[in-house]
Design a binder for this molecule. Structure first.
Ligand code: MRU
Length: 359
């Protein structure tokens, strides 16, 4: 596997080869990794968000099939049962189902399920890394264009949640064009939405950008609209967890409000994604994309580091408050300026997606 940064890699630290992943629950306070050595550990890591982000969930699932193949000693029928468990570990990001189905189709009839699973998981992941590179280039061309037309010397980009290399190998989706902008010498500043309830923006995107020396400012989730009204945002780029055939895009909860605000203020709003994030089985995302509901505890408790350097979780609500925790929302295609994909930039429109992107 290639690249400077990876959220996961194969490791021979255990008896059998296993998967080593960055424990994203502990960032930005502690950098730690976990070994995934069997199907249950893979499923748990996806469910409890040790690993997260649509692309990385798919990557872990692909390698999860390899780990499961070792566990069942290469028996394809037994592997099918393990595959179902991995496939059902989270509902919204379609990269998960895509990765499991693609792996299982490839392995059907194989003479050496274990070796083939290993080789194909590596191949899929390397392909994903190449796609991220293309997204970086196409997205950065747009950044250059917007900057040129604005007559300014610095571009302000707002992003929501984390769609960097922790979410999609090798450089992410929404953040990939920003990394490319830095390489091209563009003066870029990123407004990072904190992204309650789990704060993927404040903890993960901020951590990634600081590692890369990119200028950023964390903002409370409700700040973006105000900044847009005052000309302080030149464009928005977000990632996606599932995009339907008509271009409706599911992404982390709160994305829709940013899109509304961008639309009202004439700020270009782009969604960046690889082909594995499209779900062409679904025509209208708004009606059909399954939206994950997570534990109310994620809303009720918040994690941070205290003055003594101890990481603690504290309650921020009255003792018996009810809380509701939808993980994602769907931004309708009409609010999206364009989709930045590895196959090029395209309108969020059924016919154009069909003509330009569907093979
Ligand atoms: O719940 P998560 O952290 O797995 O959510 C996924 C995301 O990080 C976002 O929705 C992201 O913007 C898209 S992932 C490429």
């Amino acid at each position: 596997m290639q690249g400077n940064y990876r959220a996961l890699w194969l490791s021979d630290a255990m008896f059998d080869e296993c998967l080593e992943v960055i424990d994203q629950r502990q960032l930005p306070f502690v950098y730690d990794t976990k070994y995934l050595t069997n199907t249950q550990e893979v499923v748990n890591a996806i469910k409890n968000m040790t690993v997260r982000g649509a692309g990385v969930i798919g990557s872990v699932a692909a390698f999860g099939i390899y780990i499961a193949a070792i566990e069942v000693d290469g028996d394809y029928e037994a592997l099918c049962e393990k595959a179902v468990l991995i496939r059902e570990s989270r509902p919204t990001a379609v990269n998960l189902m895509w990765a499991v189905d693609t792996m299982m189709e490839h392995l059907e009839g194989s003479d050496d399920v274990i070796e083939d699973a290993r080789a194909f998981a590596i191949e899929l992941n390397d392909k994903e890394a190449q796609e991220s590179k293309k997204i970086a280039e196409f997205g950065c061309d747009i950044i250059e264009d917007i900057l040129k037309k604005s007559g300014k010397t610095k571009i302000n980009i707002l992003t929501h949640c984390n769609a960097g290399w922790l979410a999609v190998i090798d450089e992410g989706t929404a953040l990939a064009p920003i990394y490319e902008a830095k390489r091209r010498g563009i003066d870029v500043h990123v407004w990072v939405d904190e992204t309650r309830p789990r704060n993927q923006g404040a903890s993960l995107t901020a951590w990634e950008l600081s590692q890369s020396g990119i200028d950023y400012t964390i903002i409370a989730d409700n700040t973006g609209g105000h900044l847009m009204q005052h000309g302080m945002v030149d464009m928005v780029i977000v990632g996606a967890d599932r995009v339907s055939a008509n271009g409706d895009a599911a992404n982390k909860i709160g994305t829709y409000l940013k899109a509304l605000s961008a639309y009202d203020n004439g700020v270009p709003f782009y969604v960046a994604l690889p082909m594995s994030t499209f779900d062409f089985e679904i025509d209208e995302g708004l009606k059909e994309i399954p939206i994950e509901q997570r534990s109310a505890d994620e809303v009720v408790f918040i994690k941070g580091i205290d003055a003594e350097g101890i990481v603690r979780e504290v309650r921020i609500t009255p003792q018996d408050s009810k809380a509701l925790n939808y993980g994602f929302d769907v931004t309708p295609a009409r609010l999206i300026t364009g989709l930045i994909t590895n196959r090029g930039v395209c309108k969020a429109d059924f016919d154009e997606i069909k003509e330009k992107l569907r093979g």
